[in-house]
Design a protein around this ligand. Structure first.
Ligand SMILES: Nc1ncnc2c1ncn2[C@@H]1O[C@H](COP(=O)(O)OP(=O)(O)OP(=O)(O)O)[C@@H](O)[C@H]1O
Length: 260
């Protein structure tokens, strides 16, 4: 594989909060079409890494390239424009908008007419809106909640809200989709469906970064995994490699977790 296959290249990321070194010199490379997992015990720095990558925190050091171009994580909508779409650990939907409208919002960052077209309701704007609605419906169908298009987001089940977040992320046509604990709060059946969905998204050529507490899900799904512990990268490799890494076993057992 050549370097052009690398969708995300991050190196030397450090972030300190007061006296706490939340990230120390962390680097990852994600290749096109991979599901890349970021795991580690509570407080390991996973969310901080995500927040740095998506512009919510400014790193103390670090360099980033997205699709071979230098990338500086800044304001959230600029991050989306640059090509990273993320979901949140605590679901962030527009609760009183319909499922369809939520996905349409995601799509709007890729459209031309802009605010003035929307206010004037120009013919170009109307045609574009119809195209966006059609694409949004396709994405709802794709994640398996097409029948709820007209339901308000807050009326959907927890698992369906997570799928709606993924549809909204896909709507931006991202180079990289970053999923922040997508299985959190899901029951076993919902997790199976989620796993199938992430698999399908990868098979359709997308590239995914996944933070997840459910080690079984990560190990079953990811092509490569980085393990963080106290802000340090203690292992990187295939699931099979990291699973038998002594430092990883120690970090999980030491923190009272079972790496099952
Ligand atoms: N905004 C902040 N201010 C101060 N400390 C923070 C801040 N955000 C995170 N931290 C600290 O940085 C460390 C790493 O936290 P982080 O949330 O990144 O870990 P995590 O691996 O995502 O944990 P979890 O699995 O519990 O979500 C923790 O000790 C946390 O308390």
């Amino acid at each position: 594989m050549s370097t052009t296959d690398i969708v995300l290249n991050v190196s030397g990321v450090s972030k300190r909060f007061g006296g706490l070194q939340a990230l120390s010199d962390v680097g990852i490379q994600i290749r096109a079409g991979q599901v890349y997992g970021l795991i580690g015990p509570n407080g390991a720095g996973k969310t901080t890494f995500f927040n740095v990558l998506t512009g919510l925190y400014t790193p103390d050091s670090g360099s980033f390239a997205l699709g071979g171009e230098p990338y500086t994580p800044q304001a959230v909508h600029q991050v989306a424009k640059a090509g990273i779409a993320r979901t949140f650990q605590n679901i962030r939907l527009f609760a009183d908008m319909t499922a369809l409208e939520n996905v349409m919002v995601g799509r709007h960052i890729r459209t031309q007419s802009g605010l003035l077209g929307a206010v004037l309701r120009t013919p170009g704007f109307k045609a574009e809106e119809a195209a966006i609605a059609k694409r949004a419906q396709e994405l709802l169908d794709y994640v398996g909640i097409g029948r709820y298009a007209e339901y308000k987001a807050r009326t959907l089940s927890y698992g369906d809200q997570r799928r709606l977040e993924i549809a909204r992320a896909l709507a931006t046509d991202p180079k990289l989709i970053a999923l922040d604990e997508p299985a959190a709060g899901m029951n076993a059946t919902e997790k199976v469906v989620l796993r199938e969905l992430i698999d399908r998204i990868r098979n359709d050529g997308r590239t995914i970064l996944l933070i997840e507490h459910d080690v079984k899900l990560v190990m079953g799904l990811c092509d490569r995994v980085t393990v963080l512990d106290y802000g340090k990268q203690i292992a990187e490799g295939t699931p099979a490699e990291v699973q038998r890494n002594e430092k990883v076993i120690e970090a999980y057992l030491g923190a009272g977790h079972a790496a099952h």
